[in-house]
Design a protein around this ligand. Sequence first.
Ligand code: GLU
Length: 408
Amino acid sequence: MSIFEDNQKRLKEIQALEGISDQEMSVFSAPVKSNYAELEINGRKYPSWRIVFNEALGPGKGGIRFHPDVSEDEVRALAFWMALKNSLADIPYGGAKGGVKFDPKAADKKELEEVSRQYIGKFHQYLGQDKDVPAPDVYTNGQIMSWMLDEFEKREGRHEPGMITGKPVELGGISMRGDATAQGGYLITKELIKNFLSDRQDIKIVVQGFGNAGLFMTEKLANDGYKIIGVSDSRGGVYNADGLNIKELIALKNGGGAVNEYKGGQSVSNAELLELKTDILILAALENQITKDNAANIKADYLVELANGPVNYEAEQILAGAGKIVVPDILANSGGVITSYFEWAQNRTGQILDEDYLRQLLDKKMKSGWSRVYGKYQEKPGAITLRQAAYIIAVKRILAAEKARGRI
Ligand code: GLU
């Protein structure tokens, strides 16, 4: 099943709920720019893409993913979600995404640098602070952004740090970018708890995915005293009904270990982890984790999408039917791109803002995102999901920009 097509079903619902015309909805039927290139390293070929879904609100914006399962369909869906995410966050960007079908875990540093530089070699003419602005995504990081910026500036013959975000501070990044997705997801989860679980003591949480976003978010929630009873990474998971020692797990992970090597709990498969009895399930791995095949077995009452697209359309119908609440990705994981926006704005103006101030601004923007989505959700109690509320707001802002431009 195409991930992009799966999302068209969600859009159909928004169209019906809001009475939007077919002509207006055609804005969301296909990306405005889709570029493909083949990278070649040591005789091996790697398909790669950069897709801009929409640019009515501003330049393309969204990360670049290195993963062996990357496909055009996936990049297109991710670019679409970025368009909605940026719109919902009220930042001046369209939506874009890039990807290379390549396994960075099997590559050495030289190959990683080569893939990063070749990617820019193929796509630099489509990128720029006013055209399309990449950032990190799954298995890419500040070092990769640095090589990409360096290659771009070499080819273009000028400095332009605002062409990419998620850079190290020495190249114009901001240090809070590293844990910004997690910080945003943490703030949203606190809002969820405040609005739905305020009468509950001893809230239990399971986290799928212990990469950049999942690890930092787990640490923040554990520091607040929530009981983290299960975590997993790509190699499997660990469970302890009395709560895991997150400090020890992070030390294990940072030392190059896998969470299922941890001795303070019982080892579980990734599939079993998703079905554990818990209050909140945080999905911080990849898309399509909850599908019609496992949705009916999910015991968590609340699901938070820290990854992009972990709950597919059919699964969400089943979850909603069972009275479960899903906090959508375009809200829950928007802290990353909001902080990218701060970085980009600083790069463009040359003004360096105090990080305490930016942290407060992130806090404010996340809470404002929550209250707009929650407010819309409450307008029609029981009639729409949090995702539908978020999609309505995001779709309408893009359509308003398209109309103002006279395109629809
Ligand atoms: N890759 C992140 C996301 O999916 C961040 C994108 C950005 O900062 O542009 O939201």
